[in-house]
Ligand binder design. Structure first.
Ligand code: ZN
Ligand code: ZN
Length: 401
């Protein structure tokens, strides 16, 4: 495997984004004082003059998952990945909202024996904050990366399958998929999803097939109601006539909250002036296998951009953590204090007696030691003495994988 040429991001003196460069060239510019370090993670340099070099155009791929979001930034012209990573999503949002609602309820109903109780008088937010937060972290990373690279197009995975009419899909994906292929694969993804990836005859979860209840040769259609999930064994036996199908397929309904999240993300991307292309999960998996990449969130994001070619990967695998944006101004117990010059979320470099050099983001500042979030552990204890500050992040915490 060829060695990676990790790219260094470049902006000019007016913060105009330029094409990323090689570490060698960046070092030369820094040594001759023609540039200075703007940010350590991801490494970005700022030139001391105005430059009119070509800036290139990059595509941002998003693999939208529940716990992680895979991200890849690719130069489609040079077929090169300049940034890839995973956003680690906050999992505490819905819990915190419930807790807040309960606090409010007790606060309002306390000492109010003679008044009718008031609750659930708040306007429902669309999409729900727990979903909105997920989409917002995608936008936050995109906005942050736009400060160092020219992103013009976004490819987003909108769930596992296309819920819109087949006609729309046919138009869009005629190039990569034949109409019948698109219809068949999308139908299969829908049927399997509706049946919760379980054989409807024996509950097996292996080697699943989508079976046409009314066979294709008898005029059976690609409607979800004409499909049922069966494992390979049951499927073969059914076609041999060894058992009769008398199960009714379940009703297919796509959850409302998923739709709202998608719509919200698309609107936000439009505000940023992005060209948006929509793909579906089954396509991503298909392309990833075609390129021959392993299954991972960032590889999925790469696959949905590249589709048919395998790119040069000139990036580390990053872990990105969105910070909670809430600022506690009026609550003295919640203000973040500095300890020995460190703050929460600071990115630090530390020497550990067994692991050597460790880079991480501060999780807690205890009396005698610091705990870090690193790419390999969620809680890693290091000493104050052997720790040095690298960067104080704003909204997003970048960690090297
Ligand atoms: Zn079965
Ligand atoms: Zn069949």
């Amino acid at each position: 495997m060829p060695t990676k040429q990790i790219k260094v991001f470049v902006v000019d003196v007016q913060n105009k984004v330029l094409l990323p460069t090689t570490p060698r060239r960046a070092r030369k510019l820094l040594n001759t004082k023609r540039a200075q370090v703007l940010q350590v993670m991801p490494f970005t340099i700022k030139l001391n003059r105005i430059v009119n070099n070509p800036i290139g155009s990059f595509t941002y791929g998003i693999d939208d998952g529940a716990k992680y979001i895979g991200i890849a930034i690719i130069n489609e012209y040079t077929k090169e990945v300049v940034f890839q990573g995973e956003i680690r999503l906050r999992q505490d949002v819905s819990k915190k909202l419930l807790q807040r609602a309960q606090y409010r309820r007790t606060r309002r109903t306390r000492n109010l024996r003679y008044r009718t109780r008031r609750f659930s008088n708040r306007k429902q937010m669309t999409p729900f904050p727990s979903i909105r937060q997920r989409k917002d972290s995608i936008i936050r990373l995109l906005k942050d990366m736009m400060k160092r690279i020219n992103i013009v197009k976004v490819i987003v995975e909108e769930g596992i399958f296309d819920t819109s009419s087949m006609a729309a899909g046919r138009k869009l994906y005629g190039k990569e998929f034949q109409q019948s292929e698109y219809e068949g694969k999308n139908w299969r993804a829908k049927v399997l999803w509706r049946d919760k990836y379980q054989c409807q005859h024996c509950d097996s979860t292996n080697d699943l097939r989508a079976h046409h209840i009314r066979w294709r040769k008898d005029g059976g259609t690609y409607r979800v109601s004409n499909g049922i999930t069966l494992c390979e064994k049951c499927h073969i036996a059914l076609h041999k006539g060894l058992w009769q199908l008398n199960i009714k397929p379940k009703f297919f309904q796509y959850p409302m909250w998923l739709m709202q999240g998608k719509k919200y993300l698309r609107e936000q991307l439009k505000i940023l002036g992005m060209e948006v292309e929509v793909v579906y999960g089954w396509m991503t998996a298909f392309w990833r296998k075609q390129i021959g990449l392993d299954k991972s969130h960032s590889n999925d994001a790469i696959s949905m951009v590249c589709k048919t070619y395998s790119p040069k990967i000139n990036s580390l695998n990053w872990f990105i953590m969105p910070r909670r944006t809430k600022v506690w101004e009026n609550n003295p117990s919640k203000t973040c204090t500095e300890k020995n010059g460190f703050r929460h979320f600071d990115i630090v470099k530390s020497k550990h007696r067994t692991r050597g050099i460790v880079i991480g983001s501060i999780r807690s500042l205890r009396a005698r030691a610091i705990t870090l979030r690193t790419s390999f552990a969620d809680r890693f204890t290091v000493s104050y003495k052997k720790t040095k500050l690298i960067q104080r992040p704003n909204g997003l915490v970048y960690l090297m994988g």
